[in-house]
Write a protein that binds this ligand. Structure first.
Ligand code: ATP
Length: 314
């Protein structure tokens, strides 16, 4: 871990300028629980003002990553920096709003009373009712005990807590878990508005369509490793074009002879270049095969995720 107050990476003015352009930077992060390595050498930068989605299968290490980033658990190895400081420095979290994966709200309290205490603990001013309106909690529920609340209502209250004090960075672990589709849309619009205002959103979600609509950057974790990361537009355009042909018994040999290999949904060139694909297609078609479809490379997050996880497993 780097020491409190040390620049990351160490250096002069340029480093200082770069440090404010990203809200988080992680290098060589490993986290071990007992003998088990659950984060395996993660390198990641979260640019300021981005909407960054963290996705991956169950148990991939997403929540653990967030906990390390916020200083809730310590990294076993590696360097972690949040807002230019080590996560153990409370100043790193001064302008961060956090919604944990499983927030336990005091059942006997009302949302207004709970938010008052959140505002007091954060040392910021704010109007609980305005925060609750922002997350669209029915005004009738503002002063009701939370014990009888639905999961979605509790999520909204938790999110209001994360928004308290107008933080520059929002770290949200499954923020729309339990919220109905219309509610999810409302939350997404609320978060998108924050991003437009310059707030950085770091979001862990299993809802790929939602992540895709909100986020401009994505990281895919699988088995504790960072499989893919970067701007969503770049990730979508990666991958090989794939061809589908009319079935014929010798298709596998024909494709193999022209350097195409089987992939999900068709045949692709190993080096994924359009040139190799064009050459292969010309050869295969000249031998009488009939092309049914030529598809774009990975075009949505689901495909990017599936390809990343399959490549890791291969
Ligand atoms: P999900 O999508 O299911 O929420 P995740 O990607 O957030 O999963 P984590 O909750 O970070 O995954 O868990 C990663 C691994 O670390 C899991 O195998 C989990 O069992 C293990 N783990 C998490 N917290 C602890 C802990 N406190 N002690 C021991 N092991 C833990």
């Amino acid at each position: 871990m780097n020491r409190a107050g040390r620049e990351f990476p160490p250096g002069g003015t340029n480093c200082r300028v770069r440090a404010v352009e990203r809200v988080a930077q992680v290098r060589g992060l490993e986290k071990r629980y007992g003998g088990r390595l659950v984060l395996k050498g993660i390198d990641l930068e979260v640019p300021r003002g981005s909407a960054y989605g963290l996705v991956g299968p169950n148990g991939a290490g997403k929540t653990t990553f967030i906990k390390v980033l916020l200083g809730i658990v310590r990294a076993s190895t590696g360097e972690v920096e949040l807002m230019g400081r080590v996560p153990q420095d409370p100043r790193s979290r001064a302008s961060v709003g956090y919604l944990p994966e499983r927030l336990t709200l005091p059942e006997a309290w009302t949302p207004v009373a709970w938010l008052r205490s959140v505002l007091r603990l954060k040392g910021v001013s704010g109007d609980p009712a305005a925060l609750l309106e922002e997350v669209r909690l029915d005004p009738e529920a503002h002063r009701r005990r939370m014990g009888g609340f639905s999961k979605g209502m509790k999520q909204r209250v938790g999110l209001a807590g994360a928004l308290a004090g107008a933080p520059q960075v929002l770290v949200l672990d499954e923020p729309t878990d339990g919220i109905d589709p219309i509610g999810r849309m409302e939350i997404r619009e609320l978060l998108a508005a924050r991003v437009r205002e310059g707030v950085t959103v770091f979001l862990n979600s299993h809802l790929l369509a939602e992540t895709e609509r909100l986020c401009d950057h994505v990281a895919i974790l699988g088995g504790g490793r960072l499989l893919v990361s970067g701007a969503l537009a770049d990730l979508r355009s990666q991958g090989a074009p794939r061809a589908r042909f009319e079935p014929r018994p010798d298709l596998p040999e024909l494709c193999a002879r022209h350097d195409l290999h089987p992939v999900e949904g068709g045949w692709a060139a190993r080096d994924a270049t359009p040139e190799t694909m064009s050459r292969a297609l010309a050869g295969i078609l000249a031998e009488g095969a009939v092309l049914r479809e030529l598809t774009e490379p990975a075009s949505d997050l689901e495909m990017v995720l599936r390809e990343a996880v399959e490549a890791e497993a291969a």
